[in-house]
Design a protein around this ligand. Structure first.
Ligand SMILES: [Fe+2]
Ligand SMILES: [Fe+2]
Length: 386
């Protein structure tokens, strides 16, 4: 059987402009990109659309909008910021949740991790915690800016209404992650290049649906998965409630993306669909590269090339829980949008090649959304007590 590397090389499409999507030199080159110390500018590549059609014709979006209005929460008062956080304990419990991944890295021949003691692993766990929360923060700002762009560029009034509620949600998410990093953690990381490159692509694109595809489906799909993993792995009460509330919003955001794009993609064909499939695949690769955490490994004395090779070696479906969680959201949503099998099934072939097609029937976002209406559940519980 051909290796993943050979299969990817043999397809004509050059994902991310790379001859080989797994080319390690290209992945490492992204690490050198400077996104600035204080600000980073990206040109917004689309027209603002005014619509004079104010008729409310999209019932699904209208329902989401109503739900969003009653599910607003306040990051200042709904979370108990007086809680003391034992950062080391939280970091170690998160690392314990991926112990089997850690073991596979240690077991590789010549692994530099073989000599690590608990001290090194604890240091790494704390850095990984800082890094993950920092990427959540930067990703949330990306969502804030993308959603503001959706308000401007989507042609439907129901979608403009809904997206405006999401702008408020994302501002709140930036606020709470920033506050947690500033008051509970001791270390910030700059934005991961793969994440920012994807956000920049999304902002620059002049097609309104690509903002949805990149942000609502790909980045928010990953965010929902990553928040879910952290929520499951930690017992820290402030972080747990923060994540539960953020996830409740994010599930609504992904549902907004699926609902809008499903309608729009039904009207597209041929090349137009293929362009969306390619965009989805490239975004998935960026997300995969983002999960390599080069900055953290480097701080722990492991050079990025070594860890990239190690991660490729242990990459099998089901081994890396973050990768599994990521694709268990993205693949079913692409299927729902009709992108997986459209045309000649190009996207199905690519996802098969990188070993993630098995997630196509993972539980979909709407099921989770119903389970996750955290704010409503808490309000009902409070009302019952009173
Ligand atoms: Fe968010
Ligand atoms: Fe979101």
């Amino acid at each position: 059987m051909a290796t993943t590397e050979e299969q990817l090389s043999s397809s004509e499409f050059k994902a991310l402009g790379r001859d080989d999507a797994n080319d390690i030199a290209s992945i490492l080159a992204d690490d050198a990109i400077d996104f600035g110390d204080l600000a980073h500018l990206t040109h917004v590549g689309a027209d603002a659309v005014f619509t004079w059609d104010y008729d409310r014709t999209r019932a699904g979006l209208a329902k989401l909008y109503e739900r969003a209005k009653t599910s607003q929460w306040n990051g200042s008062t709904d979370l108990d910021w007086s809680i003391d956080v034992d950062v080391e304990a939280v970091a170690v419990e998160m690392q314990a949740a991926i112990a089997h991944l850690r073991q596979r890295l240690v077991d590789l021949p010549n692994s530099p991790l073989k000599s690590w003691s608990d001290k090194e692993w604890t240091f790494m766990a704390i850095e990984a915690f800082n890094w993950r929360m920092s990427q959540f923060l930067h990703g949330e700002q990306g969502a804030l800016i993308c959603t503001a762009k959706i308000v401007e560029t989507v042609p439907w009034i129901d979608a403009k209404y809904y997206a405006s509620t999401q702008v408020m949600d994302e501002a709140r998410h930036v606020e709470v992650f920033s506050r947690y990093l500033d008051t509970k953690l001791d270390g910030h990381y700059p934005v991961n290049p793969a994440l920012q490159l994807l956000i920049d692509d999304i902002i620059r694109d002049d097609r309104w649906d690509m903002t949805y595809m990149g942000m609502q489906i790909m980045i928010e799909g990953l965010a929902l998965a990553a928040f879910g993993f952290m929520h499951m792995a930690t017992q820290e009460p402030l972080l747990k409630k923060l994540l539960r509330y953020v996830m409740s919003d994010e599930a609504r955001h992904v549902a907004f993306g699926v609902l809008s794009l499903k309608e729009y993609y039904e009207g597209l064909e041929g090349n137009e669909i293929r362009e969306r499939q390619e965009f989805a695949f490239e975004a998935a690769l960026r997300m995969r590269d983002r999960l390599m955490m080069h900055a953290v490994w480097e701080k722990c004395g492991i050079d990025p090339e070594t860890i990239t090779r190690m991660l490729f070696e242990i990459r099998k479906p089901g081994v890396n829980p973050f990768q599994a969680a990521l694709f268990s959201k993205i693949v079913p949503n692409c299927k729902k949008l009709g992108l997986l099998d459209a045309g000649d099934g190009w996207l199905r072939d690519r996802f098969t090649e990188i070993g993630v097609i098995e997630y196509e029937d993972a539980p979909d976002t709407e099921i989770e959304y119903a389970l996750l209406d955290a704010v409503a559940q808490d309000r009902e519980a409070e009302a019952a007590k009173a």
